[in-house]
Design a binder for this molecule. Structure first.
Ligand SMILES: Nc1ncnc2c1ncn2[C@@H]1O[C@H](COP(=O)(O)OP(=O)(O)OP(=O)(O)O)[C@@H](O)[C@H]1O
Length: 287
């Protein structure tokens, strides 16, 4: 897999619902580690956009690619397994406990085991030992379970639709730190939210859906740098220290990585590297 392959590519995506063209020729590219916010008034098409990416519904026109692989919806289709989603009110089997629900879902892909499910439930503030069926869960507990389900298999792309809906203050904080952790690990996120603070805090870029069009309302302030370093040990130090790093083609035999960050000057960047005693051969600001 080419490390530069975008996590998500939407090309000329259009979708009609109830006789109305909800999305019109939408184009979007989301890179690894990028958090993209989607805002817009009620009924503007935000949820529709996320559902299209999961393959739950299919576009009338256009192409969706996750990690370069085309999403072909339908039961016999090719659904993107590396996508974690929390869209609208999550539904679970009501007669089973939260833990049972998640372990059943985990058994489909067999990427994670019961211990991982146990841990992720604790992470979202749910008691994995609670044997009560999901039908007795409050809305907030269901939402927490939905968040756990979305993140548990460490997907490369996360789709969150109003993730803090029904969460109490503690739940919001828990979600925020979980999201921060995922971003640091390099996941890409599409975040739909009416909560301005949430969008401002997490998103690198923000788009608004207006009359079916995806309009940019906040451009990224991040820069892309290529760092050429003296050894693979330095690459190891860098990958420990900085999220979203991608190994690049070596430059004159030296290892190189591409890094997306908010640094504005080369001096700032070099001083960060020096703190970790990383020997930088060359810093290239990419255009
Ligand atoms: N199954 C459906 N059949 C017909 N129309 C639908 C269907 N699902 C959604 N729509 C319509 O598509 C439009 C976009 O809906 P969508 O749920 O994507 O909006 P949204 O931006 O997520 O809204 P909200 O902020 O209220 O969650 C709305 O006008 C909605 O009524």
């Amino acid at each position: 897999m080419n490390p530069h392959t975008p996590t998500l590519e939407l090309t000329q995506l259009s979708k009609k619902l109830g006789g109305r063209e909800v999305l019109k020729q939408v184009d979007l590219i989301v890179q690894p580690g990028e958090v993209v916010g989607i805002v817009g008034s009620n009924g503007s098409g935000k949820t529709t956009l996320l559902r299209l990416v999961t393959g739950l519904i299919y576009p009338d026109r256009g192409v969706i690619r996750v990690k370069g692989k085309r999403v072909r919806p339908g039961l016999l289709g090719d659904l993107p397994l590396s996508v974690g989603a929390l869209i609208e009110t999550p539904s679970f089997l009501p007669q089973f406990s939260g833990f049972q629900n998640l372990t059943m879902l985990a058994s489909i892909q067999q990427k994670i085991d019961k211990t991982d499910v146990y841990q992720v439930m604790k992470q979202v503030g749910l008691d994995p030992e609670n044997r009560k069926p999901v039908r007795t869960y409050s809305l907030g507990m269901r939402q927490r379970l939905g968040i756990a389900q979305a993140v548990m298999e460490d997907p490369c792309l996360l789709l969150f639709d109003e993730p803090t809906n029904a969460l109490d203050d503690h739940g919001v904080e828990t979600f925020s730190s979980l999201l921060q952790e995922l971003i640091e690990k390099g996941a890409s996120v599409l975040l739909v939210s009416h909560v301005k603070g949430e969008i401002q805090r997490f998103c690198d870029r923000v788009f608004q859906i207006e009359e079916g069009k995806l309009l940019s309302v906040q451009e990224s302030t991040k820069q892309k740098w290529r760092l050429v370093v003296s050894s693979w040990d330095d690459v190891e130090k860098l990958t420990k220290r900085f999220p979203h790093l991608q190994i690049d083609q070596p430059v004159n035999g030296y290892p190189a990585v591409v890094c997306i960050s908010h640094w504005v000057s080369q001096a700032e960047l070099t001083s960060e590297m020096m703190q970790d005693e990383i020997q930088v051969i060359e810093v290239q600001k990419q255009i």
